[in-house]
Design a protein around this ligand. Structure first.
Ligand code: CMP
Length: 151
């Protein structure tokens, strides 16, 4: 299966709680390949573009405020069926519904502070990657281990 890309953000609560390394390690251990990675402060423009689909919802203002309240770690991950693979690792949006063993199930208590954002479709991944990364920041490469992870 072809390797695809997704956008993942370690949200302010993950960075503030010192869990960024632990969460990134879960993606690495799974075998996913990091194509881009950076610590950033989300701008108002990036937050509005990223969460435009939620504009008008009761939690929208709080969501934008939260995402801009502290640095986040933005990344592009690659793997076969990567959207589904990553969302399975992350767990359900509501941490009280997220299974133990998932990132939200193991580390989260609350829907607003839910640790990680992960794209939910290839189309949204392409859009979200464009909100946070330029083409030049995304590195194309292969690892020797790739052939042992998926054929
Ligand atoms: P995320 O995957 O980043 O996508 C949209 C975010 O909106 C979601 O994670 C939650 O953090 C947030 N969200 C969704 N529903 C609610 C809600 N009912 N109340 C507060 N935040 C929400």
């Amino acid at each position: 299966m072809a390797w695809e890309r997704t956008f993942v953000m370690l949200k302010p609560d993950t960075v503030q709680r010192g869990l960024a390394g632990e969460v990134l390690a879960r993606f690495e251990r799974k075998g996913l390949r990091v194509a881009a990675l950076k610590l950033i402060s989300v701008s108002q423009e990036q937050a509005s573009r990223h969460y435009a689909v939620h504009e008008g919802k009761p939690f929208y203002e709080g969501l934008v405020q939260y995402i801009r309240s502290s640095p986040v770690v933005a990344m592009v991950l690659e793997g076969p069926d990567v959207i589904t693979q990553v969302r399975a690792l992350v767990g359900a949006t509501r941490p009280n519904e997220a299974a133990p063993g998932t990132i939200r199930g193991d580390f989260g208590l609350d829907i607003s502070n839910n640790l990680v954002h992960a794209s939910d479709s290839n189309e949204n991944a392409a859009f979200e990657i464009g909100v946070y990364f330029s083409e030049a920041e995304i590195v194309s490469y292969e690892r020797d281990s790739d052939k042992w992870l998926a054929s």
